[in-house]
Design a protein around this ligand. Structure first.
Ligand code: NAD
Length: 485
């Protein structure tokens, strides 16, 4: 019996006649059917969202909204195992990752923004007027209105809740769409909202494809106020053009082609462990993953052979197996994309240090979407494989001679999301970090997140910052009120 993923609009579950398959990437099996929303469902959702803003949801105090977020968090906690299973079956990731990262972070996102919004402050200035009197200028924070939130497949519930939670905390009505590849955890969250009696229309979930489908209908609707989007840079560019005529607010968290720089004074073992994690976590399908590794020439050969040995020890396995390190690519389409770069790398002159092919298991996984963890050396900096985001389990390692050279080569990218620097020299760490052209810099670590800090990228990696007060600012409209007293 397969499940049917339905839309959640105005506190009702709604089906569409148009549907497509929900596929488990571990073995290519069909695990469910997904309803595909069209312009009609999008319009229903916008109307439900408007009604929520004019009704119960719009009248909620900050404290009441914070309570609703806490109740959503508690609802996820109550159905923790179901969320873990949903994430695992849609993505093929390990149960361990879903239990320790994805689902706990979704809970944390709701709890964090519930707390954050209670402490949000505004400004007040006393102004002297021309007639010698006084005026009081103070700001109030209001919701933007109807916020469209669109998220990708790589960290489904983590990224979905990262947008939904702050948008709701600030009093917006949200119409959210998870990726067509990973709809199950968002469907569950809608069920949690329904179960706890979340104010109707404040949180709506639509399912469907992106271009020429649900996503396109959402961003094209005339009565939305803002779009918050995480996904590919090309999709971000398209969304920006679409909403430009109506001058809608956008917040974009987009792709990356991230560099790691390993200086000669780095803690060698820590750097190897760090680059192994930053390249292969979630099978390389994290926007923050390292695809370009720059290593000081004096330790280059040693670094390549140590990373090769550790990469070859990674276990490609089933999600339930505690020994598993690496899962499949999300889809056949994405597997084909990654494999096309494996082919291109050879054409561009790469030395394949390890991997570069599809593993053979002799079981059902051979119908799944796997690729072998891979390392290349020998590509010129202008190779397409070093300039375009691959989003798979692969990195290229190059040697550098000087600090300035490492910085220049790491910065030579159309993207600018995250850089990881490995050094034991404190002065160097502080000298190099601000020179990196990226929104995030990690020193002697990777992917260490504090939700209070700004998150986002430069150039093709995004527009704006989310996290902490930056999310409060994006998801609210500030009005200045000037009172002559
Ligand atoms: P994608 O852009 O193909 O899809 C993302 C979402 O956008 C999906 O829900 C999709 O249905 C929707 N979409 C696609 N076309 C659309 C359109 N024309 N109009 C409206 N919606 C549309 O990206 P993806 O393949 O799902 O995700 C991988 C990408 O996401 C990578 O580039 C990765 O780096 C990026 N990403 C960035 C961050 C970050 O925080 N910077 C985090 C995770 C992933």
């Amino acid at each position: 019996m397969t499940k049917l993923i339905q839309h959640y609009i105005g506190d009702r579950f709604i089906q569409s006649a148009k549907r497509f398959a929900n596929i488990n990437p571990v073995d290519g099996s069909i695990i469910g059917e997904i309803c595909e929303a069209g312009t009609e469902e999008v319009d229903l959702a916008v109307k439900a969202a408007r009604a929520a803003l004019a009704g119960e949801w719009g009248r909620c105090s900050v404290a009441q909204r914070a309570d609703w977020l806490q109740r959503l968090a508690a609802g996820i906690e109550q159905h923790f195992d179901a969320f873990v299973q949903a994430e695992v079956r849609d993505t093929g990731r390990t149960v361990h990752q879903a239990r320790t990262l994805d689902v706990p972070r979704a809970i944390a996102n709701f709890r964090f923004f519930a707390d954050m919004v209670r402490h949000a402050h505004t400004e007040c200035f006393e102004t002297t007027t021309a007639d010698g009197g006084r005026a009081l200028n103070y700001t109030v924070r209001k919701p933007l209105g109807v916020v469209v939130a669109i998220s990708p497949w790589n960290l489904p519930i983590l990224l979905f809740s990262w947008k939904v939670a702050p948008a709701l905390a600030l009093g917006n009505a949200v119409i959210a769409k998870p990726s067509e590849e990973t709809p199950s955890s968002a469907f569950l969250l809608a069920q949690v909202a329904h179960e706890i009696g979340f104010p109707a229309g404040a949180f709506n979930v639509l399912h469907g494809l992106g271009g020429n489908s649900t996503g396109q209908a959402m961003i094209s609707h005339a009565d939305i106020d803002a779009v918050t989007f995480t996904g590919a840079s090309s999709t971000g560019a398209h969304i920006m053009k679409t909403v430009a005529d109506d001058v809608r607010d956008v917040s974009f968290e987009l792709g990356g082609k991230n560099a790691a720089i390993i200086f000669e004074d780095a803690d060698f073992e820590a750097a190897i462990k760090g680059v192994l994690a930053s390249t292969f976590t979630n099978s390389g399908q994290v926007c923050l993953c390292t695809e370009r590794v720059l290593v000081h020439r004096s330790i280059f050969d040693r670094f390549v052979s140590a990373l090769k040995a550790q990469t070859e020890a990674l276990v490609l396995g089933l999600p339930e197996d505690p020994a598993t390190d690496i899962g499949p690519m999300i889809s056949q389409k994405h597997q084909a994309k990654v494999l096309s770069y494996f082919q291109l790398a050879r054409e561009e002159g790469a030395t394949v240090v390890t991997g570069g092919d599809v593993p053979s298991f002799g079981d059902a996984r051979d119908q799944g979407f796997w690729v072998r963890p891979s390392i290349w050396t020998g590509l010129p900096d202008d190779a397409r494989c070093l300039r375009e985001e691959i989003f798979g389990p692969v990195c290229h390692i190059a040697a550098f001679d000087t600090e300035d050279e490492a910085i220049d080569r790491a910065n030579d990218s159309d993207y600018g999301l995250a850089t990881a620097i490995w050094t034991r020299d404190v002065s160097r760490a502080h000298r190099v970090s601000p020179r990196m052209r990226s929104g995030l810099v990690w020193v002697n670590t990777w992917y260490l997140r504090d939700l209070r800090t700004p998150f986002g990228g430069v150039r093709r990696s995004g527009i704006g910052r989310e996290g902490g007060r930056y999310s409060l600012d994006f998801y609210s409209e500030i009005t200045n009120i000037c009172v002559k007293v």
